[in-house]
Design a protein around this ligand. Structure first.
Ligand code: SF4
Length: 501
């Protein structure tokens, strides 16, 4: 990566997301950011309450969830057929379909398509999959500037930051931080904000509107994601709140949509279910302010060249796991993030991926495998409270999948070469197995515990067990460990119950 001045667009933070530290380590850093914790608590509480209110208005909410689950499960069973049907209908309508096995192939296709237009900049509507494949950086490396046009994405891009949330990427920022970012960075990359910009949301949005308008009017090429791809008609659908998406989808000559293969819906009628489930679950709105549907090209209206890049990038691996494939039902609404007590405290950056929160904890190791430290730690980044299961509009059993993924991590560790140091877990489990194996072993362990309590509590006066040396420090660093009991349960039973019989 070159220096910032050599770049066309603001540089994101250094380093690759996949190389992020293990979740517990990253979480510690994020927890120390008090301003961010305040911002996160305020934002998630507000969205959570809004969601609960509008969901409560629908008497058939559970029926809608059942329908959403059923449609997406059917998509998983027949994905190959629906994708081919989509390709046929999209092509018939004048569009071009490209298939990408992984991020590298997807970026190669997008870069070639943009280069064919002769353009050196594009405008983008917010898209998770383009973030997943790091498309902006691939374009930047080829001398093409990609401008984010979603307000929150613009804040993230200008702030040299990374998204922290699926739906509200700048959720971790408050409005005075946004004002500072705009004042410092906007003028370097286009129309500057007014000198007297204050932190009123209306005025911040106004500054962004003027800044983006210049880019929209100039753009000849744009990229988008899609919330849904309809096999029956070959249509793509984007739902959004600001109208920036519609500008990207209609103004330029060339539109390149980059879409994960799991976004398929079989029929147009299926949209009825998801256009109710998605806005209520994501932003607590009854319907999305803007819903754009496009099917190929139309003479004299909209882009003349329409492409879709259908991206696998690990999704067929997820599909191959009969239990884990439920994660592919996800419609990226973020309800599970907003309800998650872990996410609320640490925010999205600790998850080392564009998919944070409970869905990220299961989806990332599924998409990327369990080779990296961060992916091995993610299935454990949960208290398994199950709140996410209750709010998920497509009924993904997230806590079951967390346990499923934990099992996969344990199995993966067993296959590591012997020189890789593991946790002390296998030794601790072996010791526990020995203790439980025979009642005499258990009694012996009980006596040891009593002795420990007498020495530590009685002689040394400890009230609780403080930090222990490695490897036990991994447990005691984050928890208070109570003092060992002075009497085992067996002894207590003998003393208090057996004698009274
Ligand atoms: S897992 Fe469910 S609740 Fe979470 S983002 Fe996906 S659809 Fe929404």
């Amino acid at each position: 990566m070159g220096t910032e001045l050599e770049r066309l667009t603001p540089a994101p933070p250094e380093g690759d997301l996949l190389d992020s530290p293990r979740f517990p380590q990253a979480a510690k850093t994020e927890l120390a950011n008090h301003q961010q914790r305040t911002n996160l608590r305020h934002a998630t509480t507000t969205i959570r309450n809004k969601r609960a209110r509008v969901v409560g208005e629908l008497s058939n909410w559970q029926d809608l969830r059942d329908a959403g689950e059923a449609i997406k499960t059917r998509v998983g069973r027949h994905l190959d057929e629906y994708l081919l049907q989509f390709e046929e209908n999209f092509t018939k309508a004048g569009g071009h379909v490209h298939w990408a096995r992984d991020a590298e192939e997807a970026n190669r296709i997008v870069v070639a398509l943009v280069k064919d237009t002769g353009q050196e900049e594009i405008v983008k509507v917010k898209s998770m999959v383009t973030q997943e494949i790091d498309m902006n950086e691939a374009l930047e490396a080829e001398g093409i500037a990609a401008w984010e046009t979603d307000l929150a994405e613009l804040i993230v891009q200008l702030g040299h930051d990374r998204p922290s949330h699926i739906v509200v990427p700048a959720l971790h920022r408050n409005r005075s931080e946004v004002r500072e970012i705009f004042l410092k960075e906007m003028g370097r990359y286009g129309t500057p904000p007014p000198d007297d910009l204050d932190d009123q949301p209306k005025n911040l949005a106004g500054a962004a509107r003027v800044h983006l308008r210049e880019k929209f009017m100039r753009a000849k090429t744009s990229t988008s994601g899609a919330n849904f791809a309809i096999a029956e008609t070959g249509s793509l659908v984007v739902v959004e709140s600001e109208g920036n998406g519609r500008m990207c989808l209609t103004l330029p000559d060339t539109l390149i949509s980059v879409v994960g293969i799991e976004k398929i819906l079989p029929t147009f009628d299926d949209l009825e279910v998801f256009l109710q489930l998605l806005p209520r679950s994501s932003t607590g709105e009854r319907m999305n302010p803007y819903t754009s549907v496009w099917t190929g090209t139309t003479d004299g209206d909209g882009p003349k060249n329409v492409h879709v890049v259908l991206v696998d990038n690990g999704r067929t691996n997820v599909l191959a796991d009969p239990e884990g494939r439920a994660a592919l039902r996800c419609i990226r609404c973020s309800a599970c993030l907003n309800i998650c007590p872990v996410y609320e405290r640490v925010g999205g950056h600790a998850y080392g991926s564009v998919y944070p929160g409970p869905i990220g904890a299961i989806l990332n190791p599924q998409l990327r495998g369990t080779d990296s430290e961060i992916d091995r730690s993610l299935p454990f980044a949960s208290s398994l409270c199950g709140a996410c299961n209750e709010v998920c509009p497509v009924k993904i059993p997230i806590s079951d999948l967390l346990v499923h993924e934990r099992h996969k991590v344990v199995e993966a560790k067993k296959k590591d070469p012997p020189h890789i140091p593991h946790t002390a877990e296998p030794q601790i489990m072996a010791a526990a197995a020995w203790v439980m194996d025979d009642h005499r072993h258990l009694e012996l362990a009980g006596k040891g515990s009593e002795l420990g309590s007498r020495v530590l509590g009685g002689l040394l006066g400890w009230k609780k067990i403080g930090p222990l040396p490695p490897p036990l420090s991994r447990w005691t660093d984050a928890r208070d460990v109570p003092m060992l009991p002075e009497q085992t349960f067996r002894d207590w039973w003998k003393q208090n119950r057996e004698t009274k019989k």
